[in-house]
Design a protein around this ligand. Structure first.
Ligand SMILES: C[S@@+](CC[C@H](N)C(=O)[O-])C[C@H]1O[C@@H](n2cnc3c(N)ncnc32)[C@H](O)[C@@H]1O
Length: 268
């Protein structure tokens, strides 16, 4: 069986390239083109066969390859592996209407074969709700692990500028602030960020309280923080790439200074 056909440009689907959003990672990703295998099959009287024969499982192979020393491309690996799967299991290769996506991950001399459990790209595998600004699980995990605390998680929805929490009662706040691009606006950030830092300083325990904040609107954040130096001290800044945007994760420590309500400040 001749499965060694030349691959056409559509072998690299855009959604497959989404597996690696970071262009700095030079990896080779290819999906077996179903037609290349399907065209090698005996296609005589296909329609009448479908009516009588039990349904054949359809599959495709996606190969992710990283490493310099391979004498094959990911196209060739996906094609040959797909050919072997087809021969062994008698499954049918189909690029678009497949039941199973087989992942062939080749990294230097290591090969890992898996089955895709989600149609989304791998970095989104643990996400259950896809919003317009959904964080990558890796970045969310990194932010949560910054303070090195594993805590049970509960879900509530509150206004960060008006939290129903007692003053000095919170150990740590981890937040993904609106960048003002797809969520909110840069203009609104000028009010939101100072108000957010002020309320966070109220609820966080002086001296031990911590905050980990992600934003791409660093200009606005820096300005807001400069007005809050008496309650927040910046101890770390980690630069991250969020969908091509240069963003910062700021790690803040609550200073020992007690929170003073703005109305009390006015009376001073
Ligand atoms: C960058 S998005 C966070 C996305 C989230 N990390 C995710 O993965 O889905 C910023 C979020 O802040 C919320 N937000 C804006 N103003 C807020 C406020 N005053 N209080 C609480 N949340 C607010 C927005 O509704 C938005 O969901």
């Amino acid at each position: 069986r001749n499965v060694k056909k030349e691959f056409t440009s559509h072998a690299l689907d855009s959604h497959i390239l989404d597996y690696y959003e970071n262009p700095a990672i030079k990896e080779d990703v290819s999906t077996l083109v179903g037609d290349d295998l399907a065209s090698c099959k005996d296609e005589t009287d296909e329609s009448s066969k479908e009516e009588t024969e039990p349904q054949v499982l359809k599959f495709r192979v996606t190969c992710n390859r990283a490493g310099e020393k391979h004498c094959f491309t990911s196209n060739e690996a996906a094609r040959d592996f797909g050919g072997a799967v087809q021969d062994y299991f008698k499954w049918k290769a189909d690029m678009t209407n497949f039941d199973v996506e087989i992942l062939l991950n080749i990294h230097d001399n290591e090969v890992i074969v898996g089955i895709a459990l989600t149609e989304e790209s791998l970095h989104r595998r643990n996400i259950t709700h896809f919003g317009p600004t959904t964080l990558r699980s890796t970045l969310a995990y990194g932010m949560l692990s910054k303070p090195s605390w594993g805590l049970p998680i509960d879900a509530v929805q509150w206004d960060i500028c008006n939290l129903p929490l007692r003053t000095g009662s919170v150990d740590i706040i981890v937040t993904d602030l609106p960048f003002g691009k797809r969520m909110g606006s840069k203009k609104r950030n000028w009010n939101l960020y100072p108000a957010c830092l002020r309320e966070m300083s109220r609820v966080c325990t002086p001296t031990t309280g911590r905050a980990v904040l992600l934003t791409q609107d660093t200009k606005c954040f820096t300005k807001a923080l400069s007005g809050m130096r008496h309650v927040w001290r910046k101890v770390d800044t980690v630069w991250v790439n969020v969908g091509g945007l240069r963003a910062a994760v700021y790690v803040l420590i609550r200073t020992p200074q007690a929170f003073v309500h703005p109305s009390e400040q006015d009376g001073e």
